[in-house]
Unconditional design. Sequence first.
Length: 205
Amino acid sequence: MSALLTSWRRPAPVLTAVAAGLIGVGLFATPASAHTPKWTVTCSEVSVDLTDYESKVTNTVTITVDGKDLLPTEKFGSEFHKKLQLPRHSKEASVRLVVKAGDGDQFNHDDTKTSPVCEDSPEPTTAPSSPSATPSDTPSEDAPAPGDEAPSSAPAAPAGKDPSDDLAETGASSSTPVIAGTAAAVLLAGGGILLATRKRRAARH
């Protein structure tokens, strides 16, 4: 009977030791805090996601671009999420993220990334100087072609020519009154002859 009791009592210390070992492994396998900093940088923005930080302490995050504050030091608890627009830049910019964990310096995070230039960013260029105005060698469309010049409204009279000659050509000259007077005299004479003839005929009857 005593031998049977002894055989049941011996495994007890062994089971106790195994249980304690399992508990100890489980405790050490559970992390106190994951502290997961994730962030991305593009040509136009910075995206920050900080998770699994200790909420009972003060944690801070700071973001700079080429040494200038993009996000001044800001406090956060167990999580932090933010997207920030980067200023337009014509060359690559250096973006730095600094995270300080309040539960130990071993959880701090200091990282630097490069922001490329966006393809649609305007490149600084010097405006070309406007060419000085010069007369064009090509004739204007409105200018008449050689040989097509419009004739003058009235040709100039040749030097030394009497203007009265032009009047004679058009039927108006200095001899016009004389001709008119001669015609009138002829008409009067014819009228006188006709009257005389009629009187003579009347006298005969």
